[in-house]
Design a protein around this ligand. Structure first.
Ligand SMILES: CC(C)(COP(=O)(O)OP(=O)(O)OC[C@H]1O[C@@H](n2cnc3c(N)ncnc32)[C@H](O)[C@@H]1OP(=O)(O)O)[C@@H](O)C(=O)NCCC(=O)NCCS
Length: 196
């Protein structure tokens, strides 16, 4: 596979790289923030053991494996500091389709990092990984997340009413997607180091 030795995708201010064991403390700390966990699939506090297990699995996993999610560590290129993560899950039935997600540490939010990281991930998925369609889901109350997806040109294809039971309540879900040809129509040149 072309990316068996995947290391990183570089953009202007950030890079997406593999998680390493040294990322554990910061990763578990920001996942344990109740505001970060609010619309996500885990509860705060996020257990250290779960972080250890996840990072261990990602050390040698191919980032584009059918039926699996791959979490990319988002770091500042200037300092190497871990500021969040982006994720992509490859569809089990048809690996030409993927779903994405993202998280930024509270102290780094509001500076365009989620937008830059997710744009980098979309370039990789539609470029080197040859995806046809990339989707994302978010709770309509998570306006920061919806704005990131819309800023990147993802189309809201539906508002599902009380479609998921999450954290003790039925929650609505917005479904977003973008196709390869739509991305090509709006994407600029790939950032340095982005292998597409
Ligand atoms: C959703 C989340 C990832 C957004 O992260 P973020 O880094 O703050 O997002 P961005 O900075 O890219 O965008 C937020 C704001 O920064 C502004 N911004 C500042 N500098 C910017 C730049 N250089 N480029 C783009 N936007 C910039 C944007 O205008 C935007 O403001 P707006 O939404 O009012 O238009 C973050 O709130 C988070 O981690 N939430 C918890 C986890 C979560 O819910 N994840 C999504 C699950 S679906």
């Amino acid at each position: 596979m072309p990316d068996q030795h995947f290391t990183e995708l570089a953009a202007d201010r950030i890079a997406l790289r593999r998680f390493a064991p040294a990322d554990l403390t910061i990763f578990v700390t920001y996942r344990s923030d109740p505001d970060v966990a609010r619309y996500q699939g885990w509860d705060a506090p996020y257990p250290l053991a779960d972080g250890e297990k996840m990072i261990a699995r990602l050390l040698d996993t191919h980032p584009d494996t059918a039926g699996e999610w791959f979490q990319y560590a988002m770091v500042l290129r200037s300092t190497g500091e871990l500021i969040g993560d982006c994720a992509a899950g490859t569809d089990q039935q048809d690996p030409r389709q993927a779903e994405i997600g993202f998280t930024v540490r509270p102290e780094y939010q509001g500076r365009g990092y989620a937008t830059e990281g997710t744009r980098t991930l979309l370039r990789y998925l539609f470029g080197a990984r040859g995806k046809h369609r990339v989707a994302a889901r978010c709770d309509p109350r998570n306006t920061a997340s919806a704005r990131v997806l819309e800023r990147l040109g993802m189309r809201c294809e539906g508002h599902l009413r009380e479609a998921v039971w999450e954290k003790g309540e039925w929650a609505d879900e917005l479904c977003y997607a973008i196709l390869d040809r739509e991305w090509a129509d709006r994407a600029g040149p790939a950032p340095a180091g982005c292998p597409d």
